[in-house]
Design a protein around this ligand. Structure first.
Ligand SMILES: NC(=O)c1ccc[n+]([C@@H]2O[C@H](COP(=O)([O-])OP(=O)(O)OC[C@H]3O[C@@H](n4cnc5c(N)ncnc54)[C@H](O)[C@@H]3O)[C@@H](O)[C@H]2O)c1
Length: 350
C-alpha cells in the first residue's frame, strides 16, 4: 500500500520512492524513522545480530531491543540499526521503544537460553514467560501486524512415542527453558485467534556459528570449532554418540526471515519444526570433521551429568520439518562440511 505524493510514493513501511527526472530511475529513500518497521528483541544476541545484517542488506534499519549494553552488539550491526536498551520483562520500556515507529513485525529472539534458564529459573520466568506475554501485549497495543517467535526443539522431551517428531507431536519438555517456549507458542497462537495477530514461529535445533557467546546445552557444536580455530583445547561435555539436531546460523536466520515473508494464506501450521542438518551428526562425527579441517584441533570428551540431563531425549531426535517445506518452501543449505568451511571463513573475516 502506498500513498501518492507529488514527486512519488510514500509506502506504509515509511520509505519513499521518488522519480529522479535527471537520471530517470526510482530513488528509494529510507527515512530513519519511517523505515524502522522491524523490531528485534534480543537484537544484540547471536541470532539477532545476524538477522540485523540480513535486514540491513535488504535496505531496512531495524530497532534492536536488548537488555545488554549497546557495546555488546558488533559495531557494524549498531551502524545499521537503532539500539534501544531495555528488558522485555518491563512492558513500559518495550512500549517506549516502539512508540511512534510504526513497527510492523517483531522478531522475538530475546530471552534466556537453556543453561541460564536452569541456573536461574525465576529470572527465566520473567525474561521468557512474562517477556513473551509483554511482546504480545505490546504487539496488540501498538497494532503490530506480525510476531515471529524463536522457539526451540526443547519443547519436546517426555512421553515421545517415537524419536521422529513433527509439528503435531506432544510438547512435553523436561526443562524450564522448554516450558517457557511451550508457553510462548501457545500464548502466541491464542493472540492470533483472539486479536488477529499474525503469529508465527520456528522451533530451532542447536544453532551453530561463530561468536555465539551464551553457554547453552548444545554450545559444544559452535565452541568445538571456534576454540580449535583459536588454537585452544576444548572439552566436549556430551557423550560422543549424542546426535543433537543442529543448523548453521545463516540457515537459521534465513528460516526466520523466510517465514516472516511468506504470504499469510500459505501459513496453516503457525509454528514449525526446522530440522537443520539431516541426518543429525554425532558429537564424534563433529570432532572428526573439525580435526580434518583444522589439523591439530585438541578436542576431548568428558560427558557432564547436567548437560547430559538437559539434552537427554533431544540428543536423539529426528525432526520432521515437512510442513515448513510444504507451506513456505523451507530448505536447508548448509551440511556439516559446508558449515565448517563457512564457519572458518566467517571467523577469519573477524
Ligand atoms: N542459539 C541456539 O542454539 C538456539 C536454538 C533454539 C532456539 N533459540 C532461540 O533463539 C533466540 C535467540 O537465541 P541466541 O542464540 O541469539 O541467544 P543469545 O543469548 O545470543 O541472545 C539472546 C539475547 O537476548 C537478550 N535478552 C536476555 N534477556 C532479555 C530481556 N529480559 N529483555 C531483552 N533482551 C534480553 C540477551 O541480552 C541476548 O542479547 C532465543 O529465543 C533462543 O531461545 C536459540
Amino acid at each position: 500500500m502506498s500513498q501518492i505524493l507529488s514527486k512519488g510514493f510514500q509506502h506504509t513501511c515509511g520509505c519513499q520512492s521518488i522519480w529522479d527526472f535527471e537520471r530517470p530511475h526510482w530513488e528509494i529513500s529510507y527515512d530513519t524513522w519511517g523505515s524502522m518497521t522491524y523490531l528485534i528483541t534480543g537484537g544484540a544476541g547471536f541470532l539477532g545480530t545476524e538477522l540485523t545484517r540480513l535486514l540491513a542488506a535488504e535496505g531496512h534499519q531495524p530497532v534492536l531491543f536488548d537488555l545488554a549494553s549497546p557495546d555488546s552488539a558488533p559495531e557494524g550491526v549498531r551502524q545499521v540499526s537503532t539500539y534501544v536498551r531495555g528488558s522485555v520483562a518491563n512492558l513500559p520500556e518495550l512500549l517506549a521503544a516502539m512508540k511512534g515507529r510504526s513497527v510492523e513485525t517483531i522478531f522475538h529472539l530475546g530471552g534466556m537460553l537453556s543453561v541460564p534458564c536452569d541456573d536461574r529459573p525465576q529470572a527465566a520466568f520473567q525474561a521468557n514467560v512474562v517477556g513473551t506475554y509483554h511482546v504480545l501485549e505490546a504487539a496488540r497495543l501498538e497494532r503490530v501486524k506480525q510476531v515471529i517467535f524463536g522457539s526451540s526443539i526443547a519443547v519436546y522431551g517426555r512421553d515421545l512415542a517415537s524419536r521422529t517428531v513433527d509439528d503435531s507431536t506432544l510438547e512435553r519438555p523436561n526443562t524450564m527453558y522448554g516450558a517457557t517456549k511451550v508457553f510462548g507458542e501457545l500464548l502466541g497462537a491464542y493472540y492470533g485467534r483472539r486479536y488477529d495477530l499474525d503469529f508465527r514461529g520456528v522451533r530451532l535445533p542447536s544453532v551453530v556459528g561463530p561468536k555465539s557467546r551464551t553457554a547453552h546445552m548444545s554450545i559444544y557444536n559452535s565452541w568445538a570449532i571456534e576454540e580449535s580455530l583459536k588454537g585452544n583445547p576444548y572439552v566436549i561435555q556430551v557423550d560422543p554418540e549424542v546426535r543433537c539436531p543442529a543448523i548453521y546460523y545463516k540457515d537459521a536466520v534465513r528460516a526466520v526471515r523466510l517465514l516472516s515473508q511468506s504470504p499469510q494464506e500459505r501459513i496453516k501450521t503457525g509454528v514449525y519444526n526446522i530440522a537443520g542438518i539431516v541426518p543429525p551428526f554425532s558429537a564424534r562425527e563433529l570432532a572428526a570433521a573439525v580435526r580434518e579441517r583444522i589439523p591439530g584441533a585438541q578436542l576431548e570428551f568428558q560427558p557432564d551429568a547436567r548437560i547430559s540431563a538437559l539434552l537427554s531425549s533431544l540428543g536423539q531426535l529426528c525432526l520432521d520439518d515437512s510442513r515448513a517445506r510444504e507451506e513456505w518452501g523451507w530448505h536447508v543449505q548448509y551440511g556439516l562440511t559446508e558449515m565448517i568451511e563457512d564457519f572458518i571463513s566467517e571467523y577469519s573475516r573477524g
